[in-house]
Write a protein that binds this ligand. Structure first.
Ligand code: AMP
Ligand code: MN
Ligand code: MN
Ligand code: MN
Length: 279
């Protein structure tokens, strides 16, 4: 039996619906044997997650999902695993990345106001709690609350994806910065949900080369946001580039995610799991 590892999820410390401790309990209940919490651009939930995981005898590694600007106004997510959470450049770098979220959110709200979605900054902030962590997921919850969409997953294509009224371009970290913060802290960098980016095959290939050149080691092969064909393609990429393979639900909360914690297919047996380097 392959290890039930789930190395990607979100708590209330970013745009998830459950606290770090509640996620630890859910992971344990779902049979997860190795778990990482990977909030967006924030590591403030790791201590609570680690404490609860220890109490439950659940193996835990530090995680984070860093927002990275790539190419012409694309955003790529890099998951860091197994780093020292006290590594100062990581702590400071993440604070800088988060620092841009509040102004971006105000700009998004101004654009949404023009198309009849009023009060979106206050509405989203109500869900986020902290302006430094406000994300499109919080805007999506507010837009559902207003009745413009039935579920969060339907909001993006109408209002928040690139090219839609509430989308605002934003400079995140560079790939080199994100990887230097993770590697400086002794961690492993993994490209999150590679099939989700709006990049051509050639552009994706270039990104994998740059990532690998900067010391990036892994990609998510099994992801809550990958279909079967996408999983096959990511497995092929892992073989081509010699990447370690990760298994990642990207769970945000009950009713808001495609896949629950730990309820994922196994990695293809010939791939080397990223956790071979973590445990
Ligand atoms: P942000 O970091 O503010 O750009 O927000 C990105 C977050 O929005 C992602 O981490 C997801 O939680 C959510 N998200 C983005 N696209 C979608 C989508 N198509 N369906 C559901 N959630 C999405
Ligand atoms: Mn998210
Ligand atoms: Mn992501
Ligand atoms: Mn995620």
């Amino acid at each position: 039996m392959a290890l039930n590892a789930d190395l990607h999820c979100h708590s209330t410390v970013s745009d998830g619906l459950l606290t770090p401790a509640a996620l630890a309990r859910r992971a344990k209940d779902n049979g997860v044997e190795l778990w990482a919490l990977t909030d967006h651009d924030e590591i403030g939930g790791l201590a609570a997650a680690r404490d609860e995981a220890a109490a439950l005898d659940l193996r835990f590694v530090n995680g984070v999902e860093i927002s990275v600007s790539w190419g012409e106004d694309q955003t790529v997510h890099i998951v860091g695993l197994g780093f020292d959470a006290a590594h100062a450049p990581l702590v400071e770098g993440l604070a800088k990345v988060r620092g841009g979220r509040d102004a971006r959110a105000q700009h998004m709200a101004a654009e949404l106001d023009k198309v009849g979605i009023h009060g979106a900054y206050e509405g989203a902030l109500k869900y986020a709690g902290n302006p430094a962590l406000i994300s499109r997921a919080h805007f999506a919850r507010y837009i559902v609350e207003l009745g413009h969409a039935k579920e969060v997953k339907y909001v993006f294509d109408w209002w928040l994806a690139k090219g839609k009224p509430g989308y605002v371009a934003h400079p995140w970290a560079t790939m080199a910065e994100a990887l230097s913060w993770i590697h400086g802290g002794g961690g492993i960098a993994v490209i999150a949900h590679p099939a989700r980016y709006r990049l051509s095959k050639a552009q994706l290939h270039e990104m994998f080369e740059v990532f690998k050149g900067l010391g990036g080691r892994g990609i998510e092969v099994i992801s809550g946001s990958h279909g079967e064909d996408e999983t096959r393609e990511c497995a092929r990429i892992a073989r081509e580039f010699g990447f370690l393979a990760s298994r990642a639900s990207d769970f945000h909360g009950p009713g808001e995610s495609w896949i629950d914690l730990g309820k994922l297919p196994d990695l293809p047996a010939d791939l080397t799991p990223v956790w071979s380097e973590l445990i």
